[in-house]
Design a protein around this ligand. Structure first.
Ligand code: 8YV
Length: 322
């Protein structure tokens, strides 16, 4: 394998670090540099690869420009809106993500969040711990029974969620950019039409400019007063202020959220809505699945430098495969 140096703009899990070290690949921790700008100016031309995650924030053109010999950016996560892919592609820099290895985990988690939100499982736990059970019964909750579930984004995770929901005996429909051949669930050409036909909306579509605020006040109104909104995608896909308003005004019934517009900052207005289930972006966060994601980040870099081919290139840079 040719000599290669990899930049880590922010800390990465050992599942990424260990395989790269085992290959003898030199790693440079940018956040440990006393003067990161000076490091980039003096050493930037040695860097051939970057391993990054949402922890670093957005990896944009400014950093890419400082790395004149950069060939590959391996991002930790299936969503890669944290990487400026257009800037990378313009420089013929390969970008990889971690699809596949987290589908089942995130789908399992989504079902858990949906049931927890409807049946108020976190609230019931708090009720018991607060000693209230000895005084009265926990109030009756809403239900999943008889509901129609709309999935916004029927990619591989969306399909894994749908497969699980089939076992729950509920109706399923979807919205995405296109109607998918061979998919039997009813298709709606807009999020608003899907919301009007459903009483649960699950967002599991990519983030980024193209899908920003695709769930807006109109979609929430169409979902209706019994409506449940579950977001396991990106905070950017929903107009967070409109969502807070819809929850406050009972335009919709309740929400279960794992993602937010400005993570890790969650607005006080959401924290003040006790019926809403709020989780700290943990959809893929089991030790098992995070290890698999980390390994895939490392394997993409190793494969790129060894064979000139990445294992899981993002579609926008797939043409750069050797
Ligand atoms: C991770 C995710 O939390 O895969 C994604 O797109 O959002 C999650 O699995 C995230 O990538 C961690 O950096």
């Amino acid at each position: 394998m040719k000599a290669t140096d990899i930049l880590l703009p922010a800390p990465m899990t050992d599942a990424v670090i260990a395989p790269l070290k085992a290959e003898g690949i030199p790693l440079h921790a940018l956040w440990e540099q006393p003067d990161p700008e000076r490091f980039l100016a003096e050493q930037g031309e040695r860097i051939r690869g970057v391993a990054t995650s949402t922890l670093y924030g957005r990896l944009g053109a400014e950093l890419i420009e400082k790395l004149p010999n950069l060939e590959v950016i391996a991002s930790f996560g299936v969503g890669y809106d944290n990487v400026d892919v257009a800037a990378a592609a313009a420089r013929d820099v390969m970008v990889t993500n971690t699809p596949g290895v987290l589908d089942d985990e995130v789908a399992d988690f989504t079902i858990g969040l949906l049931i927890a939100t409807l049946r108020q499982i976190p609230q019931a736990d708090r009720f018991l711990r607060d000693g209230l059970w000895t005084e009265r019964a926990f109030p009756l909750s809403p239900t999943l029974r008889g509901r129609t579930i709309g999935i916004v984004g029927l990619g591989s995770i969306g399909k894994a969620i749908a497969r699980r929901l089939e076992g729950f005996g509920v109706d399923i429909a979807y919205h995405g950019r296109h109607r998918q051949p061979g998919v039997g669930y009813p298709y709606y050409p807009s999020a608003r039409e899907l919301a009007a036909a459903c009483d649960v909306l699950i967002a599991i579509l990519p983030g980024g400019a193209a899908t920003r605020h695709i769930i807006d006040a109109g979609v929430l109104k169409a979902l209706g007063p019994e409506g449940v909104f579950i977001n396991v995608a990106r905070g950017s896909v929903v107009d967070q202020d409109a969502l807070i308003e819809a929850l406050r005004n009972r335009t919709i019934l309740v929400a279960g959220l794992d993602v937010y517009e400005d993570e890790p900052n969650v607005p006080a207005a959401l924290l003040g809505l006790p019926g809403v289930v709020l989780l700290p972006h943990i959809g893929s966060a089991s030790a098992h699945t995070r290890a698999a994601m980390g390994r895939l980040v490392a394997d993409n870099l190793i494969a790129w430098f060894r064979d000139g081919r990445a294992l899981t290139p993002v579609p926008e840079t797939a043409h750069l495969q050797g």
